[in-house]
Ligand binder design. Sequence first.
Ligand code: TYD
Length: 141
Amino acid sequence: MKKNKTFFDQIRLIELPKILDERGNLSFFEENSHIPFDIKRSYWIYDVPGGSIRGGHAFKKQKEFIVALSGSFDILLNDGKQDMKINLNRSYRGLYIPNMIWRQMDNFSTNSLALIVSNTFYDPSDYIYEKKLFLNLLDGE
Ligand code: TYD
């Protein structure tokens, strides 16, 4: 595992602009400004039953930026060597996850809403579902 470290080092929490207003607060992000990629796709996860686990895979090319627009949830990350757990619980703070990171989402609160934007269109062939294959691909980096 040579360049493996590079991917994990890129994971970061990004603080978004917060426009405080007595009429209600407003936050936003723009591609290649607040987040480090061109946005090709947005999706969101909602109505999550208690105890659900989402993800449990890595992406070969897909980078993501995840914001808890409402409620909270945990994101468990692994780069083949280390584990990291991050709780997202603010609508003005998101997590940037580069490609080639194993990730899982769980511990969703009631009425949580996860917004995910990515640098790729949906592509089932980009998913890595087997941990062993993930580790092998990292070794080949
Ligand atoms: P998946 O990415 O496997 O969800 P998670 O990683 O959160 O468990 O997606 C679940 C289903 O939704 C799967 O059938 C593919 C479909 N899907 C799309 O059609 N387009 C998308 O952009 C995404 C993210 C998923």
